[in-house]
Design a protein around this ligand. Sequence first.
Ligand code: G3P
Length: 235
Amino acid sequence: MQLFLDTANIDHIRHGVELGVVTGVTTNPSLVSREGKVIYRDLVREICSIVPGPVSTEVLGQDASQMVVEAREIAKWAENIVVKIPASLEGVKATSVLTKENIKVNFTLCFSLNQAVLAAAAGATFISPFVGRLDDIGEDGMRVVIDIVQFLSYYRLPTQVIAASIRHTQHCVMAAKAGAHIATIPYRVLLQMIQHPLTDTGIRRFTDDWRKVMGDEGIVEAFTIPKDDQGNSSR
Ligand code: G3P
């Protein structure tokens, strides 16, 4: 499962990419507006220059013709742009037009298998089922991810599933088990994924055991290349 960051925050994106584990980014109008009153195109272009893979950027229009106009413009902003189109009937129409023009679409705000079936038929590159928002209303968000993954694999369709609206690390575990191609996660969740108390105590115990015998300088000395009497390094 690939990891995308679900944010428009440049510092967070830089850090995720530096870690070598973040291969894409998803944004939406709410996430972009959290960064203040920015110039949309400039911010997205900066994100695209940092991230090695796809950067999803959402249209604001609600009818198909407006979505298509905006998507064509967004598609010019960078090579690695993917246009996010909402899962409405107008969105299906826009997706069909855009995919024929080889513009990559991330079919977003997806809450059901039926919406995903339409997205795949329209040629979407990605489908984003929103797990957390379904959980919020008492439904099983991950069930929708499982069903979409199964459907795409059964019919050998190329569309990829981005498990979105991820709220916590258990969602990451479940998305990986469900076979989601990608999970797009908030920066906070990325940082939490590595945490385990047994890792922390394990690191502390290894260091303490070593120090007890080798002394405080022991770790530095362990990696010092010994020199012979003439001062030449032995390796
Ligand atoms: O990728 C979709 C995501 O941004 C929505 O997350 O937490 O607002 O439901 P959330």
